[in-house]
Ligand binder design. Structure first.
Ligand code: AMP
Ligand code: ZN
Length: 111
């Protein structure tokens, strides 16, 4: 198994886990682009958003984003969710995940 996020969800590789459900693990990004930078990662391996047709799971990822935003206290100030997809979309890890960014005013662009 080569995939770093598969290793993270199976706990073969250490990470800072902030939330877990039956289908999803939320960790702190190792290279944060904002004061709060979390990754919402399905336990099941799917390379990109384009490969995932599980509406239940996609919906759950957004539900978890809301829940975690409240849990870490950024819901009122605001946050952003992003799914980078394929090369020019900025995807570097090919295991579907959603970024949750918050903690400073985010401009119209990422980063
Ligand atoms: P993306 O560029 O959208 O594919 O996002 C991949 C993200 O995973 C990047 O923000 C990386 O900083 C993050 N990342 C890569 N390896 C790890 C790791 N071992 N633990 C936590 N975050 C990671
Ligand atoms: Zn994987």
């Amino acid at each position: 198994m080569e995939c770093i996020f598969c290793k993270i969800v199976s706990k073969e590789v250490n990470s800072t886990i902030v939330h877990e459900t039956d289908h999803i693990v939320v960790i702190k990004d190792i290279n944060p682009q904002a004061p709060t930078h979390l990754l919402i990662i399905p336990r099941s391996h799917c390379p990109t958003l384009l490969d995932c047709d599980d509406r239940g799971l996609l919906g759950e990822m957004l539900e978890v984003a809301k829940e975690v935003a409240k849990k870490v206290g950024v819901d009122r100030s605001g946050f952003r969710v992003v799914v980078n997809t394929n090369d020019e979309g900025g995807q570097t890890v090919y295991h579907l995940h959603m970024h949750l960014l918050a903690g400073r005013p985010l401009s119209g662009r990422m980063g």
